[in-house]
Design a protein around this ligand. Sequence first.
Ligand SMILES: C[S@@+](CC[C@H](N)C(=O)[O-])C[C@H]1O[C@@H](n2cnc3c(N)ncnc32)[C@H](O)[C@@H]1O
Length: 248
Amino acid sequence: MTPHNAAQFEALADLYEDLSNWPFRRYIETPSILAHLGDPTGTDVLDFGCGAGTYAHLFKRAGARRVVGYDLADGMLASARRRAAAEALDIEFVSRLGPEHAGAFDTVLAVYVLPYAQTPPELERMCFQMLAPLRPGGRLIALPIHPDYAPDPAYYEPFGFRMTPQDAHEPHRDGVAIRLDLFYQQRHDASVRAWYWSRNALESALRLAGAASVRWHPPQLQPAAEAPPELAAYIRRPHAAIVECRRD
Ligand SMILES: C[S@@+](CC[C@H](N)C(=O)[O-])C[C@H]1O[C@@H](n2cnc3c(N)ncnc32)[C@H](O)[C@@H]1O
């Protein structure tokens, strides 16, 4: 990711913190990630592209031993640090990964970060950076754009966002830019630019970076009586997938 690309997130910390409560995340994404992750108690976790630190905070509260949040956007890191301090959560938030982070974690989580690689070499580099901090046998859980996301810009509007592929004729071609507008309940009005990567492109980049046993999981609606019924349409065509792999 170029510095210019990181810059699009500088002022969006409040939005991304708020986003953690949007129904598709609250009832589907977050519980699905936690279900795949298992109990983090006593484990060391790196939140790669941590943004405002939503997941880093959650892991620390859930009993993880060491939690590090890494992001390129200083605005995101400042917000993540403020929130951690307010809750007295002992989390390191860093803007670079160094040799001291290599092979130091049981789990790396990367939620909505792979879509910000703009080119195949950048995607490979990002996968390498995500896998290098893992101990042998450690797990990477990443959420890219779902390879089969619905390219109709209106499809995700009921869930608070719109995805508009810049090439309407070939929305599922590797490297196609996608405009993501975020406006849930008119509380926000922000756009970011992401890039589409197919299942093949993502798996090849992950394997090249040293990943073994790449597995895909559809996000699931977790049993919750109060989940809004309209989330059934999200589950049919989720905009993000969960990819899980181990470092050799
Ligand atoms: C869509 S936000 C998601 C934030 C957070 N993971 C969440 O789920 O709320 C993507 C974040 O990834 C960061 N990012 C993108 N590419 C990165 C890279 N190569 N290294 C570190 N952070 C990156 C951006 O600065 C941004 O904060």
